[in-house]
Design a protein around this ligand. Structure first.
Ligand code: BES
Ligand code: MN
Ligand code: ZN
Length: 490
């Protein structure tokens, strides 16, 4: 579905959506229509239970006086509550109202709402992953979404960055939705290379190179699979005159997590195709930054492996020496994310020496027990970074809740015969012990944030801003954090 901006005009050849605030408070366009209909709009609405609550819709029958194909009233909620996120949600409601109903075009009069953000909400709500379907139950029929505004050119310009973010979100969603027989580490690396057309640079390291470098924790996870691992390093250098890298994103990219020899139960195992969500989000974020030509240098380090049981698989009890030199006893091969990330985090710090390091990982089932499926866990060794991430989370609606990283948990990961072990004897505070393991691979000077996105990466049911499946969680949030805090203005 394309988002197009047009001068406000109520004589629309398409279906027209007009906004109405709570308690039937009319927007400018609604007032115009009401006048045209001699008060008929309000009169008609009063005979229904439509009140203007956000997302509520009411279709009115066409009349001679108003030349529109169809007229749909959309509740905008309370007028005072208008911000970027509500405008985005209203755009999504508008798109969802007619997405699959047979209309091919719709116009939405935005009046006081920021037109560009409304377009963004409509765009991400219209995403569907249909490439493997040959039969459709409810196809998306809407092809053109006209955002009606007084200043279409201004809105079009303001839409550019939102368009970039929507593309990044859709990349992340696609990569999570694709099954593991299509996206393995090599296929992921190819997708990353395709994004070079936006000005990103991509390096791909194979298993021989990883061995030479010493990423043995990552290789240990990969060794049970016939699909070899890849370390994918993507960079956006929007400030080429500056040699520094302002932030590095590290993504867990387990293209399928069977658990390895510590095999997972069959029920729900199919969801483990989502276990590359951290890498998918990191890549989507870099795409968004590149498409905006953001004046900032950001790298993404994506550790791609498949975790499988086989005759070559790593055994519970094996000891590996990490890139950082710390020896690790692998007591549970299903706690593979922290192994892969430990090496990737160390590599990222040695290579880029960036002051800010953010990792994203579908790391623990325990984070879903703690925070559910709409809020991700935030762990950080730096209060300011945590505050900045929290602000970006609140603004984008991609919610974070800060979890504790207390030295107290370090005892839980001490191994009898190696330096540390990758899992604990109890399930208590599973997300915190996982984060504590990662912390061992963070240098004291690095400001680090870890986002445990296991609960939020895969939407369980259709939502306002996107359908069931890969959510793309984190792209908008990270784009916001980076542009608000690290990008050089003008
Ligand atoms: N990839 C899983 C975590 C996960 C669970 C992601 C559910 C998405 C949805 C991770 O590798 C894992 O298996 N974690 C274990 C750790 C345990 C063995 C210490 C877990 O959470 O059970
Ligand atoms: Mn696992
Ligand atoms: Zn995993």
């Amino acid at each position: 579905m394309d988002i197009l901006f047009k001068k406000n005009d109520i004589s629309s050849s398409t279906a027209l959506i007009v906004g109405i605030y709570e308690n039937l408070l009319l927007t400018k366009t609604a007032k115009k229509i009401n006048t045209l209909l001699n008060g008929g709009l309000l009169k008609a609405l009063k005979s229904t239970d439509f009140n203007g609550k956000i997302g509520q819709t009411q279709e009115l029958l066409p009349t001679e006086a108003l030349q529109t194909k169809r007229l749909i009233c959309l509740g905008l909620g309370k007028k005072e509550q208008n911000n970027e996120l509500t405008a985005c949600k209203i755009g999504a409601h508008a798109a969802n109202a007619l997405l699959t109903g047979g209309e091919t075009a719709v116009s939405f009069a935005t009046d006081d709402l920021p037109a560009a953000v409304v377009g963004f909400g409509a765009k991400i709500a219209s995403y569907r992953f249909t490439k493997h379907k040959t039969v459709f139950k409810k196809p998306v029929t809407l092809k053109e979404f006209y955002v009606l505004t007084e200043k279409p050119q201004t809105a079009q310009n303001q839409y550019e960055p939102y368009f970039a973010i929507s593309k990044g979100i859709h990349t992340a969603r696609d990569l999570v939705n694709e099954p593991s027989n299509i996206i393995n580490p090599i296929a992921f690396a190819k997708r990353a290379e395709e994004l070079q057309k936006y000005g990103l640079t991509t390096e791909v390291y194979d298993e021989k190179q990883l061995k030479a470098k010493g990423l043995n924790m990552m290789l240990g996870v990969a060794q049970g699979s016939i699909n070899p691992p890849r370390l994918v390093v993507v960079q956006w250098r929007g400030k080429p005159e500056d040699k520094n890298t302002h932030a590095v994103l590290v993504g867990k990219g387990v293209t399928f997590d069977s658990g390895g020899l510590s095999l997972k139960p069959a029920k729900g195992m199919e969801d483990m195709k989502e276990d590359l969500a951290g890498a998918a989000t990191a890549l989507g974020t870099l795409q968004a930054l590149a498409m905006q030509r953001a004046k900032v240098n950001v790298a993404a380090v994506m550790a791609m492996v498949e975790n499988m049981p086989s005759g070559t698989a790593q055994r519970p009890g094996d000891i590996v020496k990490s890139l950082a030199g710390i020896t690790v006893e692998v007591v549970n091969t299903d706690a593979e994310g922290r192994l892969v990330l430990g090496d990737a985090l160390w590599y990222a710090q040695e290579r880029f020496k960036s002051p800010v390091l953010i990792d994203l990982a579908s790391l623990t089932g325990a984070i879903t027990i703690a925070l559910g499926t709409d809020i991700a866990g935030l762990f950080s060794n730096d209060d300011k970074l945590a505050e900045q991430m929290k602000k970006a989370a609140d603004d984008s609606g991609e919610k974070l809740w800060r979890m504790p990283l207390d030295d107290l948990f370090e005892d839980d990961i001490v191994s009898d015969i190696a330096d540390i072990k990758n899992a604990c004897s109890t399930r208590a505070a599973g997300s915190i012990t996982a984060a504590t393991f990662l912390k061992r691979f963070i240098r004291p000077e690095t400001k680090w944030a870890h986002l445990d996105i296991a609960g939020v990466a895969l939407r369980e049911k259709n939502g306002l801003l996107g359908p069931k499946g890969g959510s793309g969680f984190g792209v908008w949030l990270l784009d916001k954090y980076i542009r608000d805090n690290l990008e050089t203005k003008n």
